[in-house]
Design a binder for this molecule. Structure first.
Ligand code: FAD
Length: 402
């Protein structure tokens, strides 16, 4: 069935494009706008590190990754679950694989072929793309106003979906400037999420070890823990386990100025097993050799340095190796974070993601105030809320036509 209503989708990230696809499949005339010269720039950037589309784990566990916002996103994700996202990618000719950790990637491990095929399919369905159109709000007649290279444009839409992204990596287009367009009370300030932290390990350590990786370590903070690789950066640390723990670590650093994360440098061995291994090494070996012989890399030995016990009995060393206390004294800026927390508050939207203050205007994706760890949970929620907002548009238009 085709409709005469013209729908505007603003933002060509995964949330906007999935909304556009759902609407055009239902016969709506859709125009997609973006301030950048080309579509899906952050999606392409995400593809540079493998494009982790979603995660193959039981749905209950999957939904728990959204923490306090689980019940907000749940209906959208149940309606568009991980299998739907995977078959969508496969429908665009991109076979997917599930890694050992359960993460789902396109086998080519990048986003460009997927985005190319997606844009071609959208164009074939009649979706119009208007690039270099920066949305700046509404005029007195409620028309959408865009800044374009040709000057301001005013556009009428029967319904609008805002999919403007969060505030990390502003140069990809998601600059968060849209927050100025909406009432302040409806928007929670942006904070970095899935971000790195500054440590107190000192400039000399950072410079010497920048780029080095602590492989397969366990990080713990306030009862939560995550395992994986941690990379030393110019000023601190970053990587999977730190990203996973980033919401509570960030909130602690914001509140107290610091947070202490505990690292287990040999999580595959229990403290008893590690003690036994150390005890078997000849006592006359230097400490450095002992640590090397139990598999600690140069960077792991350097991180351990500040936590070494004064009496270096095997059990003391084993305990220290499994309990390195690392002080985090600053947070990476939102600009460099993988994602952002904050954005349009849940209270500003109804159950269909429509703005309570602006009937007919919906929102989707990372611009909504939720956060989740990396692992495919970000993209999954962007796609799912894009589709949910599109369905919201359809039911709102249907209700208003009668
Ligand atoms: C380095 C990196 C790696 C990542 N890897 C992964 C990963 O592997 N898996 C995963 O799940 N997630 C990953 N992410 C996160 C993921 O890319 C984002 O969560 C996702 O792109 C957000 O989608 P979105 O559609 O909500 O917004 P975006 O993709 O940010 O798109 C928003 C769009 O809105 C446009 N826009 C903004 N304001 C305006 C305006 N005023 N007028 C017009 N247009 C505007 C922007 O130009 C942009 O194109 C990664 C992110 C980064 C930075």
């Amino acid at each position: 069935m085709s409709h005469t209503s013209h729908i505007a989708v603003i933002g060509t990230g995964p949330a906007g494009l999935s909304a556009a696809e759902a609407l055009s499949s239902r016969g709506y005339a859709v125009s997609v706008f973006d301030q950048m010269p080309s579509a899906g720039r952050k999606f392409l950037l995400a593809g540079r590190s493998g494009l982790n589309l979603t995660h193959n784990e039981p749905l209950e566990k999957f939904l728990d990754r959204y923490g306090a916002q689980r019940d907000w996103l749940e209906f959208a994700i149940r309606a568009y679950p991980p299998e739907a996202l995977r078959s969508w990618a496969e429908g665009l000719g991109q076979a997917c694989l599930t890694g050992t950790s359960g993460r789902v990637f396109p086998t080519v491990m990048k986003a460009s072929p997927l985005l190319r095929a997606w844009l071609a399919r959208l164009r074939a369905k009649g979706v119009l793309f208007e690039m270099q159109h920066r949305w700046i709000g509404w005029d007195e007649d409620d028309l959408l106003v865009f800044e374009t290279p040709q000057g301001p444009k005013h556009i009428k839409a029967a319904a609008t979906i805002l999919a403007l992204g969060g505030a990390s990596w502003a140069r990809m287009g998601s600059d968060g400037r849209w927050t100025k367009t909406l009432p302040e009370s409806e928007v929670a300030p942006f904070k970095p999420s899935n971000c790195g932290f500054r440590t107190d390990l000192g400039q000399e350590f950072q410079e010497r070890h920048q780029g080095d990786v602590l492989h397969s370590v366990n990080a713990a903070f306030e009862g939560a823990q995550a395992r994986g690789d941690i990379t030393i950066t110019h000023e601190g640390i970053e990587g999977g386990p730190i990203y996973t723990l980033s919401p509570p670590l960030r909130d602690a650093v914001l509140k107290d100025g610091e947070a202490c994360v505990t690292l287990d440098l040999r999580p595959a061995l229990s403290e008893g097993e590690l003690t036994e291994r150390i005890a078997k090494i000849r006592p006359r070996e230097s400490l450095s050799n002992k640590l090397r012989k139990i598999g600690l890399s140069a960077v792991a030995r350097a991180v351990l340095h500040g936590s070494l016990p004064t009496v270096q009995k095997p059990e003391n060393l084993a305990h220290a190796i499994k309990n390195v206390h690392l002080r985090l004294i600053g947070i990476e800026t939102v600009e460099r974070a993988i994602s952002s927390a904050g954005g349009l508050r849940r209270s500003a939207l109804d159950d269909c993601f429509m703005l309570r203050s602006r009937p007919g205007v919906f929102a989707a994706g990372e611009m909504l105030d939720w956060e989740a760890p990396t692992g495919g949970y970000l993209l999954q929620a962007c796609f799912a809320t894009g589709v949910a907002a599109a369905l919201g548009v359809e039911s709102w238009l249907t209700r208003n036509a009668t």
